[in-house]
Design a protein around this ligand. Sequence first.
Ligand code: SAM
Ligand code: SF4
Length: 458
Amino acid sequence: MSRPKKKVYIKTFGCQMNVADSEQMAQVLAPDFVPTDEPAEADLYLVNTCAIRKKSEQKVRSLLGSLKALKRRRPHLILGVGGCVAQQEGERLLAAIPHLDLVFGTHGIYRLPELVRRASQERQLDVDLSAGFPETPPRRWPSGAAQTLVTIMQGCDNYCSFCVVPYVRGREHSRPPAEIVAEVQNFLAAGGKEVTLLGQNVNSYGRGLDEPVTFPQLLQRLAELPGLARLRFATSHPKDLSDELIGLFTELKPLCEHLHLPVQSGSNRILSAMNRSYTREHYLAKIEKLRHTSPGISLSTDIIVGFPGETEADFQDTLHLVKKVSFHQAYCFKYSPRPQTRAADLPDQLPEEVKAERLARLLDLQNDLTLAAHRRLVGQIREVLVEGESKRSKEELSGRLRTNQVVNFSGPQELVGELVHVEITEANPHSLKARWAAEPSARSRRPVVGGTPRRLSC
Ligand code: SAM
Ligand code: SF4
C-alpha cells in the first residue's frame, strides 16, 4: 500500500504571474504532497511573495511572524518562502526569521522537491539567477477547470525606473512555442475553455528563441487549437504594441475583446523619467487604432501616482488622459520606492499625504468611468464563462464577459465551466448583475454583442 501523501498549503501574494507560479509549485510537489486549503493541517507551508510595492512586502513579513505559533504547534512543519521577496532578501530573511526553513527565489520552483527534502535536515537557500531560467515541462490539469493561466515568458529587460521586476525575476526569457502549445493542448484535453497568456511584456515574446516566433504568430497558432473558446494575454507594453497585434483582435475568433495596456502616467516628463519609451501622444494613437479596429474592445490600465518629482500639472495630465481614454478599469497605485531601482534614488520624493490625496482623486474619477461603462452594458445579452460561486453569495454564480467584466447571476451549479448567455440587468461599481439567458425574456432579446453565441445553455 502506498504511503498517504503529506499536505502542502500555499499562500500567494501579488499578481496573476504569482498565481501561475503557485500552481506550478503544487504541480512539481504533487508526487509527495497534496494541496490543502487548511494551513493548520499542512506539513509544508509555502508563502509565494510579491515585492512590487513595500506594502505587499510588509504583509509577507507580518504573516511570517505570525506563523511562529503554527511552527511551535507542528514542529515537523517545513516553512518556506518563495517568489520576489525571497529573491530580493535571500539570506537576510533566514537571518531575520529563525523559524523559517527554506528560502527559494523565482528560478527555484523546479528544484523545490529536492530543496524541501533537504530543508527537513537543515535550512536551505536557493536564490541563484545566474544559470538562466530552467526548462518548464508542460503542465497538466485535472478535468473541470474552465480557465487557466499559462506563463509564456519570464523576467524583463525593460528596466522601468520604478520597477523591481528585472532585479528579482531576472532577464527576459521566452518559453519555446511548442512547449506552450503542448501546455494549452493539455488544458483543452481536460475540458478547459479559456487561456490567459502571461509575461511582463508579451509583445516582445520570441526574442532569443532558436525558432523565431513573434507574439502575433504564437497567438495565431493557439487560436487554431480546437476547443479553445477564449484567449487573453497580459501584460502588453505600449512601446511594443504592433499594428499586426491590434489587427488580430478582429481576425482571431477566440481572442477576447479586452486589452490591459498599462500607461503609468499621462505626463510626458514623468513617462520619460520612468523610462517607459513612449509619450502620451504615442499611447493615445495606439488607443485610437485599437478602437478603430475593434470598436467594442474594453481597455484597462495601470497607473502610478506620486512618482518622484510629479507636480500637480503632471497629475492633471494623467487625469486628462484617463478621461480621454475612458478606461473600463484602472489599477491605481501610490509610487513605492523599491530597492535597486533608479527612481528610489531620485530627489524630490513626494510625501505620503500628497500621494494618498492624488490616489483618492484618481480613484474617484475611475470609479465614475467604470460605473458608466457598466451602465452602458445594461440590457445587452452577452456571453459569460461561468467560473464558480459568486464571492458575495453562495446563491449566485459568477463569471466574466469576453470584455472582462465580472457578472453575477442566479443559475444551477451545472453551469460552472460552461459558456452561457446572460442579459445584463444591473450595473454596480465593481461588477454586473444579470439574468441567465435560459429565462425566456433574455432569450428573446436582441442584440447579441461580443461573440457569436455558440449555444444557449438551456
Ligand atoms: N510589466 C507590466 C508593465 O509593463 O506595465 C507591469 C508589471 S508590474 C508587476 C504591475 C504594476 O505594478 C505596474 O504596471 C505598475 O503600475 C505597478 N508598480 C510597479 N512598480 C511599482 C512601484 N515601485 N510603485 C508603485 N507601483 C508599482
Ligand atoms: Fe517592470 Fe517595466 Fe518590466 Fe513591466 S516592463 S515588469 S513595469 S520593468
